[in-house]
Design a binder for this molecule. Structure first.
Ligand code: HSE
Length: 341
């Protein structure tokens, strides 16, 4: 598989680390994943058809050295020219999420699918805003559109739904979908202030480039929307998701909940109402002894209600460099099974 990595920030570098670590797994499966271009507006853009040295690029990016100093490589003046089936097989789109326009990710994904490239992305914007269009383009081109990392980072929620829960009769889902908010609420329970907790979440790489996307509930709303539309077959828009963030949860509210044996969690729900599917994200007090109450730090959890199995619970990391990088790796292995590589 010839890969183009677009976005070489926290997630891009996490994906590169996972790709390096997974080299023996690729070899074991008789596959080769070769990164032929890395495109990033901050650290630089570079291409090398024979494959770039990812360890070297990671060192260069961490040291602030422009990537186009990679030996034997060309700098990239027109990234759009890379979206070509003669150049690459897969676009790995890892630019920051924009839930208003979807850009720049949406343009990248459209261009790649139009050129017949498979796409693996962790970017919630294009999937939340334009899934039906993109899915139609992928189907028409006979390529894969994978986006495991958009919900619960590397915790395999979407593949669980696609495979194990297929045909189980999904009736709804609820849970915690934002690692930053869960981390902040956990730290506030330990006595940290709101601003310090947010700053810590940013330092760990959990928060979005613009963290208001986390604390105002937009990130969880986008993930609930992706579950609603891509898994449950709803046809909702982001504005349809009822949304409240954690900005109003004061230190006093956190203490009062603890005194009552409860804890605040930012809970996302997708359920069937009288007029079809509805989705909501809001802070809820839950018993500390409940599965959601016991979920601390950047952890995420979803409880699926199914006809065949009753409740099915999945829990794991919801954010972070390596956790999100793993989602890219899992998507690439799935794409290899789809015929690339
Ligand atoms: N900012 C997100 C979170 C990252 O905190 O959950 C993963 O989507």
């Amino acid at each position: 598989m010839r890969l183009i990595l677009v976005g070489f920030g926290t997630v891009g570098r996490g994906a590169a680390e996972c790709l390096i670590a997974a080299t023996p797994e690729f070899v074991r499966r008789g596959l080769e994943a070769r990164v032929v271009a890395v495109v990033d507006p901050v650290v630089g853009s570079v291409a090398r058809p024979a494959g770039l040295d990812l360890e070297r690029l990671l060192r260069m990016a961490d040291d602030g050295e422009p990537l186009d100093r990679h030996p034997d490589a060309e700098s990239v003046d027109d990234p759009g020219a890379l979206f070509d089936a003669d150049v690459a097989d897969v676009l790995v789109e890892l630019t920051p999420t924009n839930l208003t326009t979807g850009e720049p990710g949406l343009g990248h994904v459209r261009a790649a699918l139009a050129a017949g490239l498979h796409v693996a992305t962790t970017n919630k914007g294009p999937i939340a805003l334009a899934y039906p269009e993109l899915e139609g383009m992928a189907r028409a081109a006979g390529v894969a559109l994978r986006f495991e990392g958009t919900v619960m980072s590397g915790t395999p929620v979407l593949s669980l739904c696609e495979q194990g829960l297929s045909g189980a009769g999904l009736r709804g889902v609820r849970g915690v979908l934002n690692g930053t908010c869960n981390f902040m609420l956990s730290r506030m329970e330990e006595g940290a202030g709101y601003d310090d907790a947010l700053e810590e979440a940013q330092r760990h790489g959990y928060a979005e480039a613009d963290p208001s996307g986390d604390v105002d509930g937009w990130d969880a709303a986008a993930k609930a929307l992706i579950l609603a539309n891509c898994v449950l077959g709803a046809d909702l828009r982001l504005d349809d998701v009822e949304r409240r963030g954690i900005g109003d949860i004061t230190a006093e509210a956190v203490r009062a909940a603890l005194d009552a044996g409860e804890t605040w969690r930012l809970v996302a729900r997708v359920e069937r109402g009288d007029n079809g599917w509805r989705a909501a994200v809001r802070p809820e007090m839950v018993p500390r002894s409940s599965p959601l109450g016991a979920l601390t730090g950047p952890g995420n959890m979803l409880v699926f209600e199914t006809d065949a199995l009753g409740e099915v619970v999945i829990s794991g990391p919801g954010a972070g460099r390596r956790a999100t990088g793993h989602a890219v790796l899992a998507d690439l292995l799935a794409i290899a099974g789809h015929g690339a590589g």
